[in-house]
Design a protein around this ligand. Structure first.
Ligand SMILES: NC(=O)C1=CN([C@@H]2O[C@H](COP(=O)(O)OP(=O)(O)OC[C@H]3O[C@@H](n4cnc5c(N)ncnc54)[C@H](OP(=O)(O)O)[C@@H]3O)[C@@H](O)[C@H]2O)C=CC1
Ligand SMILES: CC(C)(CO)C(=O)C(=O)O
Length: 323
């Protein structure tokens, strides 16, 4: 059989984090007949997953689940909040098979370097999704918004990819992306994932803090008096991204932010909900990441700094147990 006719290898998917996004990807992959294992927190268990699709139809799937990663070559989709990622990778480190691909799928930035330090010889990919998912009860997810998922790896990771002798034979990029696209379209490989992730980061820097602090839906930010703040946030983030080697333009970013505000006008941002339910936010990985890079690159980001501090103050006040 010619090489290109070789049947696609069956991929094992392990989903680390069975929250909204983890259950969405797990259920969609199951729906497509893929082999899926859910990795849960200790003391949690399930043998099924419920998915409500965009058309309102409900589907139930049997699923393998445990509090351990299975030590086998697999695609490990890390569907955690950014602040949970490093601890989770440490917790499961000994079960991450050398041939596995670890895909970091979260909002914000700042987890790649610690994960690379923990897994220096593994393929670590990054992903960004604009799908919407809501966990209606444990292991029951509603797909709330059609989006797309971009996957790619940093330049540093591509050096690992360039060593054919060390290439794991069991999983390859095209098979992984094709399987994901079949399960949850549109999913595609990005040759410049840094650009995509920075763009999403700026969208989150603009929308999440303001909607959390004001406790308003995303659509409220279309009011004219928010425009100067949105513009300053985009300008500051753009200066940092550019100095970090990522080619973004303030006007393009502002247009994207406005597009997302309109497209998600009736939604509450994730940070808004985290505030509302008094859960930890991803602030350190959203504004906090921009501020850390700005400091390293000696760039002033005063609007981001003010918003970051206000969020930290409010988060710590809100999350204090009542005295
Ligand atoms: N929901 C959405 O529509 C979208 C979300 N995103 C981003 O995707 C990421 C995931 O979001 P989302 O799914 O909503 O978040 P969730 O909080 O719903 O999911 C995270 C899940 O992982 C569990 N978990 C935490 N630590 C571990 C661990 N060590 N081992 C196993 N499981 C663990 C959590 O349990 P517990 O809750 O008990 O801690 C929770 O069930 C975030 O960065 C979010 O911003 C991006 C686009 C859209
Ligand atoms: C794009 C946006 C702002 C949609 O609400 C989001 O990603 C979030 O809420 O975290």
């Amino acid at each position: 059989m010619a090489n290109e006719e070789v049947a696609m290898a069956q991929i094992t998917w392990q989903i680390l984090g069975a929250g909204a996004i983890g259950c969405l990807f797990a259920a969609k992959l199951k729906q497509q007949g893929e082999q899926v294992h859910l990795v849960l927190k200790p003391n949690k268990s399930t043998s099924s997953l419920t998915l409500v699709n965009l058309d309102g139809k409900t589907h139930r799937f049997e699923v393998s689940a445990s509090d351990k990663l299975q030590r086998q070559a697999s695609v490990i989709l890390v569907c955690l909040k950014a602040w949970q990622v490093t601890d989770a990778i440490k917790q499961h480190l000994t079960n991450i098979h050398p041939d596995s691909i670890v895909v970091l799928l979260h909002n914000g930035m700042g987890t790649l370097a610690p994960c690379q330090a923990l897994l220096p010889h593994h393929r670590i990919w990054q992903a960004s999704t604009t799908h919407g998912a809501l966990l209606e009860s444990a292991f029951a997810v509603r797909h709330t918004g059609q989006g797309e998922t971009l996957i790619g790896h940093s330049q540093l990771q591509s050096l690992i990819e360039l060593t054919p002798a060390e290439q794991p034979q069991t999983l390859n990029q095209a098979d992984v992306v094709t399987a994901l696209d079949d399960a949850l379209p549109a999913s595609r490989w990005s040759l410049n994932i840094g650009h995509a992730i920075w763009t999403k980061l700026v969208i989150n820097c603009a929308i999440n803090p303001l909607t959390a602090l004001q406790q308003v839906r995303n659509g409220i930010l279309a009011e004219a008096h928010y425009r100067p703040s949105l513009q300053r946030i985009c300008q500051e983030c753009c200066a940092v991204a550019n100095a970090d080697g990522v080619a973004l333009k303030t006007d393009d970013l502002l247009a994207k932010v406005e597009q997302v505000i309109h497209a998600t006008a009736n939604n509450y941002s994730s940070m808004n909900r985290d505030f509302f339910y008094q859960r930890p936010t991803e602030n350190d990985y959203i504004l906090g990441y921009v501020i850390a890079r700005a400091k390293a690159l000696k760039i002033t980001v005063s609007t981001c700094q003010t918003l970051y501090q206000e969020l930290q103050h409010r988060e710590h006040t809100l999350c204090q147990p009542p005295s």
